[in-house]
Design a protein around this ligand. Structure first.
Ligand code: COA
Length: 267
């Protein structure tokens, strides 16, 4: 078992638990993580997911190099199916997850660990966390979506500096370039991620899902296509209880306030 799950109120906390290998993403670990995410998706009591790593040394040191080496020895087709297929499969699943997916980066986030951070909707990092793309030192480009998401998120030149040098960056630079939302002391990391989740969980789940899908699906398309995506997701919320309740609450409050003011609607 490489994934521990502990629910805190309406947020599922998933913990990568393979500390002897710095939480490297073996094929087995990836499959287990995907299965746990499937469980969280259909669990009505789970409104958000926080992913972190056990201890404070590593969030994840990336793709498991032993697994990856075996796949590469199998040749081009096997390598594409096993390395890219599984790796991109995981990051796409995270990116498209219908509930907020927040990473709490508790240490090293290298290679696939950095790519998981890029794919997550939101990220909080401990002060000592570091992020890096060492794939080039192994002779290949990032295969879990990192050559595509990082430049889209932080800009081409910043991304290329990380991808081409393989040099890690610290948490404060990750914050500055927009790779993470916040940096907090190590002891506050989980609470900070849970607090972020609860600021989202107070909103209607249909609205949260629509916001996630509209932003994620619209990010890499033209503005016209993006606006059509926005229209479709806005439309999906029109018949929902979330909208009815939200509007009623606001309008109810407004008419009450008008009554207090003795305004024209107070009769
Ligand atoms: N895949 C598989 N095993 C990994 C791993 C990875 N990505 N990263 C670390 N490990 C394993 C090490 O092999 C070692 O296992 P062992 O004790 O059985 O030999 C264990 O985790 C501890 O790592 P170690 O290298 O001894 O720790 P360190 O403090 O000396 O170095 C790193 C830490 C992160 C600098 C180093 O482990 C490293 O460079 N890892 C690879 C990072 C990487 O290239 N990731 C991208 C992969 S595509």
């Amino acid at each position: 078992m490489f994934i521990d799950r502990e629910d805190r109120d309406d947020t599922a906390v998933l913990v990568l638990n393979r500390p002897d290998k710095l939480n490297a993403l073996s094929y087995e670990l990836i499959s287990e993580l995907q299965r746990t995410m499937d469980d969280c998706e259909i669990d009505p009591d789970v409104r958000a997911v926080v992913l972190t790593g056990v201890g404070k040394r590593a969030f994840s040191a990336g793709a498991d190099i032993a697994d990856l080496a075996g796949s590469i020895r199998g040749g081009h087709e096997v390598a594409l199916r096993e390395v890219v297929g599984r790796g991109q499969g995981l990051t796409r699943r995270i990116e498209n997850f219908p509930k907020p997916f927040i990473v709490a980066v508790n240490g090293l986030a290298l290679g696939g660990g950095c790519e998981v951070t890029e794919a997550a909707h939101l990220a909080v990092a401990a002060e000592h966390a570091t992020f890096g793309k060492p794939e080039i030192t192994l002779g290949f480009p990032p295969p879990f979506g990192g050559s595509q998401r990082l430049p889209r998120h932080v800009g081409r030149k910043r991304a290329l500096e990380m991808i081409l040098t393989g040099d890690p960056i610290d948490a404060s630079l990750a914050l500055q370039i927009g790779l993470v939302n916040a940096v907090v002391p190590e002891g506050d990391l989980l609470d900070a991620a849970l607090a972020l989740a609860s600021r989202i969980n107070r909103h209607p789940r249909t609205a949260v899902a629509a916001c996630l899908a509209a932003v994620t699906r619209g990010l890499n398309v033209s503005i016209d296509e993006g606006l059509a995506i926005e229209a479709a997701w806005f439309g999906s919320t029109v018949p929902t209880e979330g909208v009815r309740d939200g509007l009623d609450r606001f309008l109810g409050r407004s008419s009450t306030e008008a009554e207090h003011r003795g305004g024209p609607d107070s009769s």
